[in-house]
Ligand binder design. Structure first.
Ligand code: ANZ
Length: 801
């Protein structure tokens, strides 16, 4: 048994002392390999972190051995609610708590042997870092993309803060905070808002060019929610006002039964009939409690009321009732719709509930009828299908200026203030008239031990009176008492790594030297993390990056060219790991018992990186035993080196191994790569002698991305240089002895299996071998083979009935 404690310590010390993972800058090719930087919680690293971090480490080590300049950094996403809540509970300061956690995280990462360049380490709570977070904010402000607005926000009483839409989730139809599951209500408040909606189209377009999982792109696409349609103008009867409705089905306009406004529609009270107003107001209040999902769900009972006024149909001049209902969202389209019950599900439910007329304008088999068909009862559009009907109706309305094409997005602007303490302060001052003045220099987060919320709408910073008020040239100003959300720092941290100098300082983000470095390193070549960040971090980061591109700071439109979403590491019981279930696995104990190399190998051997998989400590022990076995096999062979021996089979096997490991690492199939290494060791264990240590050296290098300490130790034992001075073995294809050919087996025209054939087999033998394969058997069971056609060394067709 090898002494993992001794060996792992020894090599970690060596790597530290020899700057083994320093970012180089003298090669032709580069690889920027990025992890989603952790939030340094009190719980430390968990095995889920280690899964993604091991995967990126394999790639970073592999790229270094292949003569790439590699940037593989780590840092701390250290502002945020949990530290603040912990501080409130324990009376500690979030800064000291966070520092302690970071120290613990760093030593855990080192314990795992990850090849980070720690000189590039960043921390979002470091003023030298967030001075640039503030700078980006100021640039957004200067370009009109940041403003203070009185808006309906998601207010969470328990957390004492506003939350972004992306931070609110639905549980049983109720809106709750993503953190803590506390109730969230809608409430109008003055808040900083970033206009991500102005970037909706750009963010949508570029998605197509990214090498991201399709499911992740879909999530972003749906979140952005582009919809093309029409705005139709409706004149209000006996009034000069008009109302605009948004529709994607202009063709159905002859089937309108009512115009329906959202409860928040700005014209609602103005145009409603006096007698109805009290009732309408109480309806509006009721709808505040409901979530958007609850409001728009098809299955939910519809509510609403007539507001006592009418609109005039733009084509028929017919009087159409105007209603208010909360299934109409104010933030979508124009906050008002034309209800066509015969051809829309929600409108149908609404019409049924309130007994509105249902007029069919497409030949229908059932109601509501959502498909295309021949239009009826539609004057100019009779006999036409959707496309043509839309065109003629559009033309007719357009002549009278009653319609325009409109693209709408589901994406909402990003609410950017939080009434918290532990975050980036805003680099602004307000004068006595509430005008905004940007602060040129850093606005540092003031120290206080009183981080309790000051009252229900102001952050704890309002408690610090001598910070809050400032006097400049005899004029009085106030600081902003809000701080930025946790997502601010993570929206650009991948650029900060590039800015970080080895002496701990940062290049200015807007300097020409910085730009040169971005040209070298961006975009990120590989980014691994969980899918839970699909619409939060990954959308915000794309938005900021695209903005920085537009103002000429960075050279790529997109920050992350390739993303892999790692699957969840589940507890041994197959459930998501959680403290309450008591199924959390602690990496510290595992490393102490089996070693970091065994843990790294195990995490990669569990299954494909993208799959969710359950923990199994027995398999980890098996991996550890395999490492011991490698030691035994090598020790044995080292005693039997015979420079005269020739073994073409061994030459073939090692070259095949080089090819296989290379291909599988390139395809991120780490579990398969490890199984190939295992098969090779089995083969080596059958040999009596080898002619040199080259095969051992090559094996050690192939193993090194997965189990670096162990690999270094092997190299050391055969007097080879450390990994830092090695390169990836080069495959010699000529040495690979051609294996037996593989043929495909088709059953009724579909490939169902592959089979290796021995050259001496005749056709009859091949058919009999093929039909006895389990994967073929299940397709021919209880069937009759009518015919077989064999194409030499390629395919066997079996026709069955
Ligand atoms: C008339 C109509 C007839 C519609 C018909 C659909 C079918 P998607 O496709 O989900 O984006 N709508 C418009 N504004 C709305 C709002 N603020 N809140 C809720 N619903 C709204 O939906 C587009 C359709 O949603 C629009 O097209 C409109 O109903 C409704 F046979 O207009 B339609």
């Amino acid at each position: 048994m090898y002494d993992h404690k001794l060996i792992e310590k020894k090599w970690q010390k060596f790597w530290d002392e020899n700057n083994s993972f320093a970012t180089t800058n003298n090669k032709e090719k580069k690889a920027y390999i990025l992890d989603m930087f952790p939030y340094p919680s009190g719980a430390g690293l968990h095995v889920g972190h280690l899964e993604g971090y091991t995967a990126t480490d394999i790639i970073a080590r592999y790229k270094r051995l292949n003569n790439f300049d590699v940037l593989h950094p780590i840092g701390w996403d250290a502002f945020g609610l949990p530290a603040e809540q912990y501080a409130l509970k324990t009376g500690n300061h979030p800064a000291s708590f966070t520092k302690k956690n970071i120290d613990n995280f760093r030593s855990q990462l080192k314990m795992m042997g990850f090849s980070y360049d720690y000189k590039k380490e960043v921390n979002t709570t470091d003023p030298n870092f967030y001075i640039w977070t503030q700078w980006i904010f100021k640039e957004l402000y200067k370009k009109g993309l940041a403003s203070i607005e009185e808006i309906d926000v998601n207010w969470c009483e328990q957390l004492g803060t506003v939350l972004a839409n992306e931070e609110v989730i639905e549980v049983n139809g109720k809106k709750v905070s993503e953190r803590g599951n506390y109730p969230v209500i809608r409430k109008p408040m003055k808040q900083w808002v970033l206009k991500i909606t102005e970037y909706a189209q750009k963010l949508l377009e570029e998605l197509d060019y990214l090498d991201w999982p399709e499911s992740l792109k879909m999530l972003q696409k749906n979140w952005i929610g582009k919809q093309e349609g029409y705005l139709v103008k409706w004149k209000i009867n006996d009034s000069n006002q008009t109302i605009e409705t948004f529709t994607t089905r202009l063709d159905t306009i002859y089937g309108v039964s009512a115009i329906i406004l959202s409860p928040e529609h700005p014209l609602l009270l103005e145009i409603s009939n006096e007698e109805y107003k009290d009732k309408i107001l109480s309806y509006v209040n009721q709808s505040k409690q409901k979530s958007d999902l609850e409001r728009t769900q098809i299955s939910k009972d519809k509510s609403g009321m007539f507001i006592g006024t009418y609109a005039l149909h733009p084509l028929t001049n017919e009087k159409i009732e105007i209603w208010v209902s909360d299934y109409v969202l104010n933030s979508y389209g124009s906050g008002a719709l034309m209800a066509v019950p015969a051809h829309d599900q929600r409108d149908y439910a609404f019409a049924k509930k309130f007994d509105l007329k249902i007029k069919e304008v497409i030949e229908t088999k059932h109601l509501p009828f959502l498909d295309d068909g021949k239009h009826i009862n539609s004057e100019v559009a009779n006999g036409l299908c959707i496309k043509e009907a839309t065109e003629v109706i559009y033309k007719k309305l357009n002549l009278e200026n009653k319609v325009k094409k409109e693209t709408t997005y589901k994406l909402r602007d990003w609410i950017f203030s939080r009434q918290r303490y532990w975050g980036e302060p805003f680099p602004v001052l307000f004068d006595k008239d509430n005008n905004i003045h940007l602060v040129d220099s850093l606005v540092e987060l003031p120290f206080t031990n009183n981080i309790k919320p000051s009252n229900s709408t102001q952050g704890p910073l309002a408690n610090i009176k001598d910070w809050l008020n400032v006097e400049i040239d005899g004029k009085k100003y106030r600081h902003d008492t809000n701080v930025m959300p946790q997502w601010a720092g993570s929206s650009w941290y991948f650029l900060a790594y590039i800015l970080k100098n080895d002496d701990g300082t940062y290049l200015p983000l807007n300097s020409s030297d910085a730009k040169k470095r971005f040209e070298k390193w961006m975009p990120v070549d590989l980014y691994i993390g969980g899918q839970e960040h699909a619409v939060l971090h990954l959308l915000y980061a794309r938005f900021w990056h695209r903005f920085l591109y537009d103002i000429g700071i960075v050279n790529t439109k997109e920050p992350f060219s390739k993303i892999i979403n790692q699957g969840l590491v589940l507890g041994p019981d197959g459930q998501k790991m959680s403290k309450s279930l008591g199924n959390v696995i602690n990496p510290d104990e595992l490393v102490s018992e089996s070693g970091a190399d065994a843990l790294r190998l195990y995490e990669m051997f569990m299954g494909p990186i993208t799959d969710s998989k359950a923990w199994n400590t027995d398999s980890l022990n098996g991996i550890r035993k395999w490492l011991d076995k490698i030691g035994l096999v090598f020790n044995n062979l080292l005693k039997n080196i015979n420079s005269n021996s020739k073994n073409p089979e061994l030459d073939s096997q090692i070259n095949q191994l080089i090819l296989d490991i290379t291909n599988n690492i390139e395809k991120y199939k780490f579990n398969i790569a490890i199984s190939k290494l295992m098969v090779f060791i089995n083969y080596l264990s059958t040999l009596k002698e080898i002619n040199s240590t080259n095969v051992i050296r090559d094996f050690a290098i192939l193993l090194s991305p997965f189990a670096p300490h162990f690999a270094e130790e092997i190299l050391f034992n055969i007097n080879e240089k450390p990994l830092q001075y090695q390169s990836w073995p080069i495959v010699n294809l000529d040495k690979i002895i051609n294996k037996n050919p593989q043929i495909g087996i088709q059953i009724n025209g579909k490939i169902r299996a592959q089979m290796e054939i021995i050259p001496s087999w005749n056709e009859k033998e091949i058919v009999s071998q093929a039909t006895s394969l389990p994967s073929v058997k299940k397709w021919i069971e209880n069937k009759q083979i009518i015919k077989t056609i064999y194409v030499e060394n390629k395919i066997l067709n079996i026709i069955v009935k």
